[in-house]
Design a protein around this ligand. Structure first.
Ligand SMILES: *[C@@H]1O[C@H](CO)[C@@H](O)[C@H](O)[C@H]1NC(C)=O
Ligand SMILES: *[C@@H]1O[C@H](CO)[C@@H](O)[C@H](O)[C@H]1NC(C)=O
Length: 467
């Protein structure tokens, strides 16, 4: 289930992201990844087995999968003793090194040298392999992340000479993996980056591997607020950057959320959202509290999807909502080339509803006490729905309602008889693997909401806004 879930969002790339991170850029990444492994073959010992599968697609997106079967084996082969010293490579989700001292980083060879004297506790030549992306157990994602090596070398003269000195700490992370999918941008990168870097108050240098300029542009406003220094892409960088300390990899707690008991300064998701609001200059801190519906019109945002998992009766839903007293806004998250504009739309609303998908990640911009209504399509996707959005919403002080559709609300009734396993035993498809689930339930299912049944959920949301 876990693996299934990891791939579900990864592959539900939105249209906007498809354009940005389309087929050719995937091929490009792949070629870079392949040539990387070829060029550096001697220094990596056993090479990962690269299996290329041209995976199927209905739309513009053809995904190439890289399976790196050697990642987990390689990690297992490390000893406990190594782990204690400077790299936590046993964390189940995010491998992570935090090192102070004489740090020298050579991007072009993907190496972080830690020079120490003969007397030091690290008076031994050691090396750790790290892929600095927080989805370690997902081989598809990690296959798209460049492997770095952290080497402790005895004797300062053994490490390459510094060509650039920096007097602030560095944080090195990858923009590979599933970067470009809105959910993963936040869950795998931005929330972990906040957790790892906020404590430095901007006095920190971000170093990027697998860097992509469109990603940096998209999240410019967030990055600017976390670091006062322009990011450095180290992929083909021949400089030797020297730092007093470095963190390689990002801290990770849970999906699209933070565990305050583990975070520096007790940071919470609330802090993350306050930070986002300030980064995007969003006006509303809290949702409306209705006293009189004639004057206080709550705003409902319907997240529209065009290609897959679409509402087929959007106008009817919007009309019913207006009759209840809502002001209705319909917007498609996927076409939001301008994140600032979309963040403003979301922040202006009190209730956000949408079918399960990466677009719901935009709850991060909702005001406190707003309400998320997640529409769960058929396919045994309940676990996924609460894991990805239901639980994170609660950590964000967003109230959460779920609406599970019935057979007759799914377009699948036009394709399968009612006694088919698609309706009777949807979980059985998960055993057949992700591709099956994806093609049946995620790619070919649209939703025609039964507005008289759904009315009760929208009324409940109205009721909550009175409290
Ligand atoms: C570490 O490696 C260097 C050469 O790379 C070698 O000169 C040195 O003796 C080694 N030190 C230890 C403690 O193995
Ligand atoms: C990076 O490394 C490759 C392979 O070692 C080398 O051919 C290339 O010239 C290097 N590039 C730079 C900018 O140093």
């Amino acid at each position: 289930m876990k693996m299934l879930y990891d791939t579900i969002l990864a592959k539900s790339f939105s249209r906007y992201e498809r354009k940005k991170f389309g087929f050719w850029s995937l091929v490009g990444c792949l070629i870079i990844a392949l040539s990387f492994f070829t060029v550096f073959k001697p220094s990596f010992g056993r090479l990962p087995t690269l299996k290329l599968q041209s995976a199927m697609s209905t739309g513009a997106l053809t995904l190439l999968r890289i399976e790196d079967t050697s990642i987990s084996k390689r990690l297992e082969s490390k000893t406990k003793e190594e782990t204690k010293s400077m790299c936590n490579i046993l964390d189940p989700r995010s491998a992570f090194c935090e090192v102070e001292g004489d740090i020298r980083i050579h991007g072009n060879s993907s190496t972080i040298f830690v020079a120490s004297s003969q007397m030091g506790t690290l008076a031994e030549n050691k090396s750790w392999s790290i892929r600095p992306y927080a989805r370690k157990e997902d081989e598809t994602a990690m296959g798209l992340v460049t492997e770095l090596s952290v080497k402790s070398v005895v004797g300062h003269e053994e490490a390459p000479h510094c060509t650039l000195y920096h007097n602030i700490p560095a944080i090195l992370f990858s923009l590979g993996g599933y970067a470009g999918n809105h959910f993963h941008d936040f869950s795998d990168i931005l929330v972990p980056l906040f957790l790892t870097s906020r404590q430095f108050n901007g006095e920190v240098q971000f170093l990027l591997s697998d860097s992509r300029s469109w990603w940096l542009t998209k999240f410019e406003k967030v990055l600017e607020r976390l670091s006062k220094y322009e990011t450095i892409s180290i992929d083909r960088d021949s400089e030797i950057h020297c730092f007093p300390s470095v963190i390689v990899g990002l801290k990770y707690h849970k999906e699209l959320s933070i565990d305050p008991s583990k975070s520096p300064n007790g940071y919470t998701m609330k802090d993350f959202r306050v930070f986002l609001r300030s980064s995007y200059s969003l006006k509303r801190a809290t949702a409306i509290r209705i006293r009189d519906l004639a004057h206080d019109k709550p705003r409902l945002l319907i997240i529209s999807r065009r290609k897959t998992r679409s509402f087929t009766n959007e106008a009817e839903i919007a009309q019913m909502a207006r009759n209840l007293g809502y002001q209705v806004v319909v917007a498609e998250a996927n076409t939001a080339t301008d994140l600032l504009k979309f963040a403003q739309i979301v922040n202006s609303c009190d209730v956000m509803m949408g079918i399960h998908g990466a677009g719901l990640t935009n709850i991060v911009f909702l005001p406190t006490n707003a309400i998320l209504i997640q529409i769960v399509p058929l396919g045994g996707l309940e676990w996924l729905a609460s894991h990805d959005f239901g639980n994170p919403a609660l950590d964000m002080n967003i109230r959460y309602l779920e609406y599970k559709i019935k057979e007759e609300e799914s377009s699948l009734i036009q394709q399968y008889p009612l006694d088919h396993a698609v309706f009777k035993d949807p979980l059985s498809f998960q055993k057949q693997g992700w591709e099956t689930v994806r093609s049946i339930f995620m790619e070919k299912q649209n939703v025609k909401l039964d507005v008289s049944r759904f009315r009760a959920t929208l009324s409940e949301a109205l009721e909550l806004l009175h409290q």
